[in-house]
Design a protein around this ligand. Structure first.
Ligand code: SAM
Length: 253
């Protein structure tokens, strides 16, 4: 995929050509339900397979000495049009902020940046990076990889505007049917943890959360090859998400 531009030697051009170095294969076949930032669902797995032009093992020599990577990618499932003001979901969709004051997926150039955990590098057939804790939908084109430098980039005291802390996390409960479905799977434990972490982020659209009588509404979140059927409940006066059933997805996302 090419983003339409030229790059004359003089570097005075206003447009640039960027070529994906690889694509993500992810636990998230669908955008719905993906946590809004990396690290919120550490159980989310992905692989990044480098395209043939970049799949020389020399390109990743020494990378396995780093535990975390910055991925620069394209929000390829977002439209190219953008607006100066956006409604950050964590503000309930009410307040508007400048697009450059948010991590919105609808932005000029559609560029995303995510800090992910590097689990291992496989160079047997080309180059494949195994990753965790990402927030990327399946098929996401990656433009660059950079090792994370905590001494240069970890600034816990930095001011973070309207997002000073991680979003609240909900309790998640599983029905007997859901537990039975997980017991049948070789990845049952890691899938349960992925479901718990994703639903704890309350994937419901902001306007649903503010609406009355939301308990009747059922939600389906696609993770790996399953549809997770769930709905909001209140236990001991606390909001929670309840997993009603986990069924193998019948159709591709
Ligand atoms: N960490 C990145 C950043 O700050 O640039 C992404 C933040 S963005 C708010 C995270 C959301 O992007 C996810 O919840 C998911 O819905 C969406 N997303 C992930 N991959 C995408 C893609 N390839 N195209 C469009 N949207 C995507």
């Amino acid at each position: 995929m090419m983003i339409d531009c030229d790059f004359p030697a003089a570097e005075t051009s206003d447009t640039f050509t960027l070529t994906p170095i690889g694509r993500i294969a992810s636990d998230y076949p669908d955008k719905f339900g993906i946590p809004r930032q990396p690290g919120l669902a550490s159980a989310a797995r992905a692989t990044l397979t480098l395209a043939p032009a970049f799949a020389d093992p020399l390109t990743v020599r020494g990378l396995d000495a780093f535990s975390h990577l910055w991925l620069t990618f394209v929000f390829h499932q977002s439209p190219t049009r953008w607006t100066p003001l956006v409604r950050p979901p964590r503000l309930g969709g009410n307040a508007k902020h400048g697009v450059f004051a948010t991590r919105s997926t609808h932005r000029p150039n559609r560029l995303g940046l995510s800090l992910v955990e590097l689990v291992k590098i496989d160079t047997h057939h080309g180059v494949t990076l195994h990753l965790r804790g990402h927030d990327l939908v399946d098929g996401t084109p990656v433009l660059d990889i950079k090792p994370y430098l905590a001494w240069a980039e970890a600034l816990p005291a930095a001011r973070s505007g309207f997002a000073p802390t991680p979003p609240p996390s909900l309790p998640v409960t599983f029905s007997a049917a859901a537990e039975a479905a997980l017991l049948m799977r070789h990845d049952g434990d890691s899938l349960r943890e992925l479901i718990r972490q994703v639903l704890a982020q309350d994937p419901r659209p902001a306007y649903h959360k503010n609406a009355q009588n939301t308990s009747e509404r059922r939600y389906g979140v696609r993770l790996r090859d399953v549809d997770v059927r769930c709905y909001p409940i209140t236990t001991n006066g606390l909001d929670a998400m309840h997993v009603e059933d986990i069924v193998v997805a019948s159709s591709p996302a």
